[in-house]
Design a protein around this ligand. Structure first.
Ligand code: E4P
Length: 228
């Protein structure tokens, strides 16, 4: 299940879902905002349900909108209850490094049976703890890791080795894609899934030399059809 789409836009999801290679969709509040979602919480719920129905049975990740302990649990349960293919994103910790999030993640997975995608992670060590806490998905932000001067590939390889050795079932999602190269590079390094921005998917498909070659075939096909 290697390619997910990192967007909240219905037109983009429809376009690539029809092509058959997508295996899931991820969003976050920033993506929802940039995807034109309005109408407060009802608006978020409406777009969530719309995407979930559109891609069913493929998984959709939607993030909670609070870092309050009780609020995260309540909202995660509500979001997960909207459709059977929804999993919920919880950040590894709060904006000031508050550490209750891992407790929340563990409780949601083990007590409330909610599949959690632990997000906003920048290192293999954060992902390892999230995996040990029972997360279904661990999301490492590859582009941000590289921007900080580290190599996302090294983090991915270390993490995958550990998850396999410890027989942990969490799947590694690498997000924060910046270049077309990231997708193959990060999958080759050991990521289970790369969640890509729609623009990069287009960059994977369309190649200038393929365009030129296809035009050559079409031009010669026309000539062939007039050959008697
Ligand atoms: C991943 O799951 C996130 O939604 C996303 O890829 C973050 O990307 P950014 O670093 O471009 O914000």
């Amino acid at each position: 299940m290697p390619i997910f789409l990192d967007t909240g836009r219905i037109d983009e999801i429809k376009t690539y879902h029809r092509m058959g290679f997508l295996r899931g969709v991820t969003t976050n509040p920033t993506i929802m905002l940039g995807s034109g979602v309005t109408g407060g919480m009802p608006g978020i719920i409406q777009r969530t349900v719309e995407i979930a129905r559109l891609i069913d049975p493929l998984p959709l990740s939607v993030e909670v909108t609070t870092n309050d302990r009780a609020g995260m649990i309540e909202e995660a349960r509500m979001l997960a209850g909207l459709a059977s293919n929804i999993n919920v994103k919880i950040t590894i910790h709060g904006p000031k490094g508050e550490m209750e999030n891992l407790e929340v993640i563990h409780e949601l997975e083990t007590v409330h049976n909610v599949r959690i995608n632990v997000t906003a992670m920048m290192s293999a060590q954060q992902c390892l703890l999230a995996a040990l806490a029972g997360a279904t998905y661990v999301s490492l932000f590859g582009g941000r890791v590289n921007n900080m001067g580290y190599n996302a590939c090294d983090e991915i390889t270390k993490l995958r080795k550990l998850l396999d050795a410890l027989k942990l079932e969490s799947k590694i999602i690498i997000g924060s894609t910046r270049e077309v190269l990231n997708i193959i590079e990060w999958l080759s390094a050991g990521a289970h899934i790369v969640t890509c921005t729609p623009g990069l998917i287009k960059g994977m498909i369309v190649h200038p030399y393929s365009k030129e070659t296809v035009q050559m075939f079409l031009d010669d096909a026309e000539k062939l059809k007039t050959m008697l």
